[in-house]
Design a protein around this ligand. Structure first.
Ligand code: HSE
Length: 307
């Protein structure tokens, strides 16, 4: 029997100003998935963690991705999956995307690398649809491509990898759950033109900042006048967190994906550690449990550990 083990990383979607179109892969945390190719056309799932996610394949993010792969190839085989999640569901750091992208990459490896990265993103988006009700690729794309991704369009799929300087990422995950579907439902459907102008100025600035290693431009462009004012009310201490992290030296940051995690980018590891201390102090004072990660941008995305 053919078997593969993959590490599938967390991701930060939106990168503040780029709702649904920008995302980056993290080195930590990551899920571990062991996928075996089997003769029977079915998917079986075993969870090796305590999150109690569904094991019925059609209700499980990895399951629906593998079903879509099987259907594409006329149901000639199936998959056994063992998942050890370390990225908590509802954290805002791409938990569902990690399961979906990990499943797609593992299946592709087992089938002899027959799919392109873009095709794997297409399969994996079925998992995002199940998790959040919408196909968006700003977690899936960086999870599969690594680094920073721009999703210029999903119909048709057009993904561009953005070169960037080395950056350190601090993420704090206050232990409250925000469902992406809920965090999408509260958004306004109309955007005033003046806000749109400011937002696309920031997106262009952020992308050019990455390309030119211009840290000040990156910092100035990490501003969101459309989504953050609505969603930040779901995150305790958000305004204080943001201003205190910048005082500690962070270039900038904001809500990670749909929250409740908050991320900050820093130029050095030392600053990223100082930012983590600030985050920890604020949540300690607020009496809210949290997990904090100090990590960097993962250039590879999902990685094959063993075959
Ligand atoms: N772009 C998506 C959102 C990411 O913000 O709803 C969800 O992780």
């Amino acid at each position: 029997m053919k078997k593969v083990v993959v590490h599938s990383p967390g991701t930060v979607a939106n990168l503040v100003c780029g709702f649904d179109i920008l995302g980056l892969a993290l080195s930590e945390p990551y899920d571990i998935m062991e996928v075996t190719l089997i003769d029977e056309p079915k998917v079986t799932i075993q969870n090796l963690d305590t999150f109690n996610l569904p094991v019925e394949p059609e209700k499980n993010v990895a399951g629906v991705v593998l079903i879509s792969v099987m259907e594409k190839l006329n149901n000639q085989f199936g998959f056994d999956v063992r998942i050890e999640k370390h990225i908590k569901p509802g954290s805002g750091i791409g938990s569902s995307a990690a399961s979906a992208a990990g499943a797609a990459v593992a299946a592709n490896q087992l089938l002899g690398n027959i799919f392109s990265k873009a095709e794997m993103v297409q399969f994996a988006m079925n998992g995002e649809k199940l998790a959040s009700g919408v196909k968006h690729a700003d977690n899936i794309a960086p999870c599969i491509y690594g680094g920073i991704s721009l999703i210029r369009s999903i119909h048709p799929l057009d993904i561009i990898s953005i070169p960037a300087p080395e950056l350190f990422v601090t993420v704090v995950h206050p232990q409250i759950e925000v469902r992406t579907s809920d965090a999408r439902q509260i958004l306004k459907q109309q955007v005033p033109l003046k806000d749109a102008i400011r937002q696309w100025g920031n997106i262009a600035g952020l992308v050019i900042g990455f390309l030119k290693n211009d840290f000040d431009l990156i910092g100035r462009s990490l501003e969101d006048v459309i989504i953050e004012p609505v969603r930040s009310i779901l995150i305790p201490g958000f305004d204080e967190l943001k201003s205190s992290c910048k005082e500690a030296g962070a270039l900038g940051g904001g809500i990670s994906g749909s929250g409740p995690s908050v991320f900050m980018l820093s130029k050095t590891y030392e600053t990223a550690l100082a930012v983590a201390a600030v985050m920890n102090n604020i949540y300690y004072r607020l009496g809210i449990d949290k997990n904090t990660y100090v990590t960097n941008i993962n250039p590879l995305g999902v990685s094959i550990q063993s075959k």
